[in-house]
Design a protein. Structure first.
Length: 366
């Protein structure tokens, strides 16, 4: 499963993602491709990086640096298509060369900011050589055209064309021939530039990945502060939450001037039955447990004061009305088919979290 699927399938997950303050379109697209993590090592690594970034955000001396980095991230475009053309050694056009120059300039500037503040949670490669290739006049501005500095022949030809264009006696065919030579010369220069940039394909692609990672980490870390999320511990068997809450429901209640009642709960291996009065919050609790499990296994902090849970291969739920009119199924039939599928999955896999809200709720309770 990838994160884009969780956004569609998991109750409350879209709310959490929409609350991330991601700056660049690049990071937003990369975020959707994050995988569901299945090993303790991978999850711990993601959680640790978020913790380090959170500490950075809470260091007042680094506030100015982080603000400058976020401003740079807002200017980052998704140029992975151009990067692929660099990797394949295709000839880049002026727009692609401009995109690459603008991106490389931003990476160089962000890299300098990170190094000056000794921030090492993400490392950006040095794209200064790419900037030098695309900025022969050393102007350091995000603008590109085939500069005169690339070729004395090109500079001389442009001067000649300008002079002849000002002369009314110049024949049209002469100007057309010069324009043809000018186009051919520019094309050769673009081909040469593409060849010069090709050796830096690894650094360019790494810069794209790491820039998106930096953006996502800053957003995740800020969310842990804003929503008061906790870093979950990975346990071997028991799922334990201290003051677990549902962020979306909590915000709705807050807007109405009400408070969310956070809950402590331990879930042992095997079956766990939750009872309580109608409207006591049992369904919201199940949805909160589902959300927290997925958040951790996508490398996010979870909505609780403290949390610990084992890894699971899958989370299966039967929460709400499962009626499927298009398949001609009643609510009860759809629910029973879902429970039947849960049983099959449990028999095939070793670690599954199953959440069922009021078993057989869709038929006569007697």
């Amino acid at each position: 499963m990838f994160l884009r699927s969780a956004i569609e399938e998991i109750n409350g997950f879209r709310f959490m993602i929409d609350k991330l303050e991601i700056q660049s379109g690049l990071a937003k697209r990369v975020l959707n491709t994050l995988p569901y993590l299945r090993t303790a090592e991978a999850i711990a690594q993601e959680l640790d990086k978020t913790e380090v970034t959170r500490n950075i955000l809470q260091t007042s001396e680094l506030t100015d640096t982080i603000t400058k980095i976020k401003v740079k991230l807002m200017q980052v475009k998704d140029i992975r298509g151009t990067a692929n053309r660099v990797t394949e050694l295709q000839i880049l056009d002026d727009i692609e060369l401009f995109e690459l120059k603008a991106f490389s300039l931003l990476v160089v500037e962000m890299r300098e900011l990170l190094l000056s503040a000794n921030i090492t949670v993400v490392t950006l490669p040095d794209l200064e050589p790419v900037v030098n290739i695309l900025d022969p006049e050393k102007m350091r501005i995000p603008h590109f055209y085939v500069y005169d500095a690339y070729s004395p022949e090109l500079a001389a030809l442009r001067t000649k064309m300008k002079t002849l264009q000002m002369d009314e006696k110049t024949e049209e065919r002469v100007l057309d021939q010069l324009q043809f030579e000018h186009t051919e010369l520019e094309d050769r220069i673009r081909e040469k530039l593409s060849e010069q940039i090709h050796p830096y394909k690894k650094e360019i692609n790494e810069a794209l990945v790491n820039t998106a990672t930096l953006d996502i980490l800053l957003a995740k870390a800020q969310q842990t502060i804003d929503m008061q999320l906790c870093k979950p511990e990975i346990s071997t068997s028991t799922t334990r939450y201290i003051k677990i809450f549902n962020p979306q429901v909590k915000e709705v209640l807050w807007q109405e001037g009400k408070k969310f009642q956070a809950i402590d709960i331990d879930i042992e291996q095997g079956a766990c039955l939750i009872t309580g009065a109608n409207m006591a919050g049992k369904t919201v609790l199940l949805k909160s447990v589902q959300l927290a499990q997925y958040l951790m296994q996508f490398g996010f902090y979870v909505p609780a004061r403290r949390a610990g849970m084992p890894l699971v291969e899958q989370v299966l739920t039967s929460i709400g009305d499962d009626q499927d009119e298009l398949n001609g199924l009643s609510s009860y039939a759809a629910e029973m088919l879902r429970v039947d599928e849960m049983i099959r999955q449990v028999r095939q896999r070793s670690k599954i979290l199953v959440l069922i809200d009021e078993l057989a709720r869709t038929t006569n309770p007697v």
